[in-house]
Design a protein around this ligand. Structure first.
Ligand code: SF4
Length: 226
């Protein structure tokens, strides 16, 4: 990366971390995936119950491998051969895990985590249940404010996730949500028809936390996930 661009990016990361801390979330920065995985290892206690939301970032950073190492009681929703009932049970148990790991669709420089979910097990766990939540996010997830976070989901995160999950949605076919096309004023609500297979069922804005340091955010100096 160009040194000047990198310098600007680091100013934004620093601002984001300070804002997250003000909102009672603990913030870390690590330059690489490898260091993110190492940090997660030091934060987790052997034998504790861990669970995850669906996350390309956790796979790319190698954190998923650490969780599958046998050191933890990992409620593995990705285990091969699970029946739909077994998967459902894991998602429910995850709500009472010691540590829940996930990424975030966007992190604002004002210290807000913004996530949009279809099944919504991920946003439910982020909000309440697990004793703590570790959010691992690439620098590409940082946006100036909530409006930019909403646009990021509609134009980047949701279309890519719809393709990954094989969803029959407008954005999977057209590369962006129908919403910016038909109604720029109200990006957060569901489109009225035309997207029955939507993954944008619930939009969650996480600002100041009452339970200090329950949310730990690790920002990685790489582009990760969607
Ligand atoms: S509402 Fe539908 S088309 Fe728009 S981003 Fe979400 S899944 Fe895609």
């Amino acid at each position: 990366m160009d040194a000047n661009v990198e310098r600007i990016l680091h100013i934004r990361i620093k601002r984001t971390m300070a804002a997250l801390e003000k909102n009672n979330m603990r913030a870390f920065y690590v330059p690489s995936s490898k260091e993110a995985a190492a940090l997660v290892s030091t934060l987790l206690e052997e034998g504790e119950t861990v669970a995850t939301g669906g996350s390309a970032t956790l796979v790319q950073t190698g954190i998923m491998e650490i969780l599958r190492s046998g050191k933890y009681n990992f409620l593995d929703r990705g285990k091969k051969g699970l029946t739909p009932e077994e998967t459902k049970e894991i998602l429910h148990k995850a709500l009472l895990s010691d540590t829940y790991l996930t990424s975030s669709n966007a992190i604002t420089e004002t210290g807000v985590l913004y996530n949009v979910d279809g099944n919504s097990n991920r946003v439910a766990a982020m909000l309440y249940g697990p004793k703590r939540v570790i959010v691992v996010a690439g620098q590409n997830k940082i946006v100036p404010d909530l409006s930019a976070a909403v646009v990021r989901v509609k134009e980047t995160a949701a279309p890519a996730n719809c393709v990954r999950l094989d969803k029959d949605t407008f954005c999977a076919k057209n590369g962006r949500c129908m919403r910016p096309v038909c109604d720029k004023a109200d990006l957060m609500t569901l489109p009225a028809g035309g997207c029955e297979d939507t993954i944008c069922c619930n939009s969650v804005v996480m600002g100041r936390q009452r339970n200090a340091d329950r949310i730990i955010v690790i920002i990685v100096g790489e582009d990760l996930g969607f």
